[in-house]
Design a protein around this ligand. Structure first.
Ligand code: ADP
Length: 180
């Protein structure tokens, strides 16, 4: 019996706006309403156009009547974005008193699973939960990198973290280099 080769996913870092990426999947740091918000979510709907919001409304009217639970992921059209799909995931709000790390890891894992099921080869992630939801960047980066390296499977070949500012980029760079 032959053992399958471990999947070699390439993790890359880019500084910039995730809505400007050309990839198969753009992951949106959504909120559970799926009906838009600030940060990445606002940018995705602004640049992606009304088709994405229409698809989200349909999800609210069908599978996700109560909203998308934290840690889960769901795909829609990417509208006018230069991508095939947007995968919406809901990060946990940072809490000092409660360890919600598993929910943050789940966002990356579920988004990757959705992307692989769709047949995506390239996936762009923002630093989920590190904006309005208040997660410390260094911890958020550690969870992101660790989970992606452990969970990315074929046909996903490249996972690109798109970091909005120089500090986020530097933190991800340090975490990634620590993983060799
Ligand atoms: P959350 O509500 O999950 O914290 P945010 O969208 O507020 O999500 O922020 C997540 C991270 O994405 C933050 O580090 C923020 O600086 C960054 N960010 C905001 N807008 C963009 C964008 N257009 N492209 C990439 N990253 C972005």
């Amino acid at each position: 019996m032959s053992t399958p080769e471990p999947e070699a996913v390439t993790v890359t870092l880019v500084r910039g706006d995730i809505t400007r990426q050309s990839v198969d999947v753009i992951v949106n740091a959504a909120n559970s309403s799926l009906l838009g918000g600030g940060g990445v979510d606002g940018a995705v709907h602004r640049r992606g156009g009304p088709e994405i919001l229409a698809a989200c409304r349909e999800l609210r009217a069908s599978r996700y009547g109560k909203g998308l639970p934290t840690g889960r992921a769901v795909a829609t059209t990417a509208g006018r974005l230069d991508a095939r799909w947007v995968v919406h995931t809901v990060g946990p709000v940072w809490s000092r008193g409660e360890d919600r790390s598993e929910l943050l890891a789940s966002c990356y894992r579920e988004s990757l699973r959705e992307a692989a099921e769709l047949g995506a080869r390239t996936v762009a992630f923002p630093a989920i939960s590190t904006g309005i939801y208040g997660w410390p960047m260094d911890d958020g980066a550690r969870i992101a990198v660790r989970t992606v390296l452990a969970e990315a499977v074929a046909p996903v070949e490249e996972v690109r973290f798109v970091l909005f500012d120089a500090r986020a980029y530097a933190v991800f760079e340090e975490v990634l280099s620590a993983h060799g």
